[in-house]
Design a protein around this ligand. Structure first.
Ligand code: PEP
Ligand code: MG
Length: 580
């Protein structure tokens, strides 16, 4: 159990004028914690195109400055890799090597000799090296990202500004950022970062998803919080969505109480059920085999969402069938005899995959993403289904497959035909576009199940980009309009003489109060980050099915998302007892 009250040695004392100042945002991951903050540095600005060496600096001096900066970046990354573990360590080691790569440094020095400033020289040299690596393909192509990462670090070192990326500290801290990119999270060490607060970012953003997966208390869209100084002590309440500067005895007591409650909540017995015994299988969302092993250990009853794009986020070429088989089999092997729902690649918008998506689209959330990439890159989906079928052979997992971003029954029919051709017996689709919720009955004539992706369903129902902090109030699945779409989907699943299962795999399932409403609306299974299993299970076990149905009615007929949430939470006293 981590310590709840942290200070940074030598940290700035809180500016007296800030004491007692509060910030309100959207709480996205519960937990009450006190600690000192570190701010995520701004992204490094590109040096001006054609920037020349200053008149008073010789090319020898500039070359030496560049060599020194490259070495400094390398030793800093090497030192950090020693203290890191797992994927974070590998990323740091690879980047450290690249920072002082002779080919990169030589190419930059050549440009300096021709009169370029050292910042511009390393910028352009790294771009050429990255392009060359990219053209080599395979493993080498993946190193292109490392080159671009070290380029930013070397420029920051030359300018004497903080290095980009998650700041480093020997002691735990609360990370304050405008928002986080998926790549930042590879080096986010949950032993060091004890809570996460962003000034931007919506409740369904990947920052929020990652915070929940790591079990970090988190608040997003807390406008103005990034103006606080490094070292300021704050209290974060990840359920209420509030931040208090320079907390007092009351907050220390709240943080201590949370620590006790969190310890009691750490266990899930492996069966989701209501107070009256009604079963609600609780599954887990995973991004690869490591997550799957953790989810199985946390008692997940299967996988409700394997985000396959997460296995290949850094790739700019299509993974081979053999690579895919290996990635998927690792997940299947973690769940013998259990259901594993594999989602086909959901590339685009907030999860770009260079080999599938077009970065220049004017409106990526409404563009060629998810299942739609089959239109522009035919064959990738077919090969992925082939890989899933191959990976499923000889494993004991019960493999289901689903497509993201389905809008029509025709698309569902086409996807089911592709699954049948690949020998995959249980096809399904995600309901994350309102048109799919409205036509769930027709869609379910072609597939065996649907899974509600409430993150996207909310952004499309409310026409509010899930990544935008200012739209956080619109972007919540507590919106009565979103709950109506969920109700319509469940109704559709019971139409036409069939009764096919409807699950939820969006973040709504990880909100214990909303989980009760979803079950009351008729949702059969809930899939969430492994961290949320125990709290969702504890709250579900406190209500009967008729009570959950009553709460669903209350939420559906509320005038606003805020009212829906408040009215339901008032009827679930266990939330307060457990600090959720
Ligand atoms: C969703 O949209 O709710 C979902 C589960 O998919 P993702 O968050 O990966 O877009
Ligand atoms: Mg989605």
């Amino acid at each position: 159990m981590r310590t709840i009250v942290q200070t940074l040695p030598g940290s700035a004392s809180t500016d007296q004028s800030e004491t007692g100042r509060t910030f309100a945002g959207a709480g996205v991951s519960p937990g009450r914690i006190i600690g000192s903050i570190l701010l995520m540095p701004q992204a490094v600005r590109e040096p001006a195109v054609g920037e020349r060496l200053a008149a008073e600096t010789s090319s020898e001096e500039a070359s030496t400055a560049l060599r020194t900066a490259a070495k400094a970046v390398q030793s800093n990354l090497t030192a950090r890799s020693v203290g890191a573990s797992g994927a974070g360590r590998e990323v740091l080691e690879a980047t450290a090597l690249m920072a002082n790569d002779p080919m990169l440094v030589k190419a930059a020095i050549k440009l300096i000799t021709n009169g370029a400033s050292p910042e511009r020289a390393i910028w352009d040299a790294a771009a050429s090296v990255a392009e060359m690596l990219h053209n080599l393909g395979g493993y080498m192509a993946e190193r292109a990202t490392d080159v671009l990462d070290v380029r930013g670090r070397i420029v920051a070192e030359l300018r004497g500004v903080p290095a980009p990326g998650i700041p480093y500290s020997d002691t735990p801290f609360i990370l304050i950022a405008e928002d986080l990119a998926p790549a930042d999270t590879a080096t986010l060490d949950p032993a060091k970062v004890i809570a996460l607060v962003t000034s931007s970012g919506g409740p369904q953003s990947h920052t929020a998803i990652i915070a929940r997966a790591l079990g970090l208390p988190a608040v997003v869209a807390a406008v103005g919080v990034d103006a606080l100084a490094d070292g300021t002590r704050i209290f974060v309440d990840g359920a209420a969505g509030t931040i208090l500067v320079d907390p007092g005895a009351d907050e220390v007591a709240l943080a201590k109480a949370w620590e006790t409650a969190a310890a009691a909540l750490a266990v899930f017995d492996g069966t989701g059920r209501l107070h009256d015994g009604h079963l609600v299988p609780l599954l887990s969302n995973v991004g690869g085999s490591k997550d799957a092993v953790k989810a199985a250990a946390a008692g997940a009853e299967g996988v409700g969402l394997l985000r396959t794009e997460f296995c290949f986020l850094e790739r700019d070429t299509e993974p081979s069938i053999a690579e895919q088989v290996e990635a998927y089999r690792g997940v299947f092997d973690a769940f013998p005899g259990k259901k594993v729902v594999v989602r086909t690649l959901d590339a685009g918008a907030d999860k770009p995959l260079p080999f599938l998506t077009d970065a220049s689209e004017p409106n990526p959330a409404l563009g060629v993403r998810g299942y739609r990439t089959d239109l522009t890159s035919p064959g990738v989906l077919k090969r992925q289904l082939e890989a899933i079928a191959l990976a499923a052979e000889g494993t004991e997992a019960e493999v289901w497959v689903m497509a993201p971003m389905i809008s029509t029954a025709e698309e569902a029919e086409h996807f089911a035909a592709l699954c049948a051709a690949a020998g995959l017996a249980t096809p399904g689709v995600m309901v994350e576009v309102p048109s799919a919720a409205l036509t769930a009955a027709s869609i379910l004539e072609h597939v065996d199940f649907v899974s509600l992706g409430t993150n996207d369903l909310t952004q499309y129902a409310m026409a509010a980009d899930r990544q935008l902090g200012p739209l956080a109030a619109l972007n919540t699945p507590w919106q009565p309009a979103v709950l109506q779409l969920i109700r319509l989907t469940v109704n559709g699943s019971r139409d036409e003489g069939h009764d096919k299962p409807v699950g939820v795999c969006g973040e709504a399932a990880a909100d214990p109060a909303l989980a009760v409403v979803l079950v009351g609306l008729g949702v059969a299974t809930l899939s969430m980050t492994a961290r949320a299993l125990s709290s969702v299970a504890a709250v579900l076990a406190s209500v009967t099915l008729p009570e959950a149905q009553q709460l669903a009615k209350l939420a559906l007929t509320a005038h606003s998302a805020t009212d829906a949430r408040r009215l339901v939470r008032e009827k679930l006293p266990i939330l307060n007892t457990l600090g959720l």
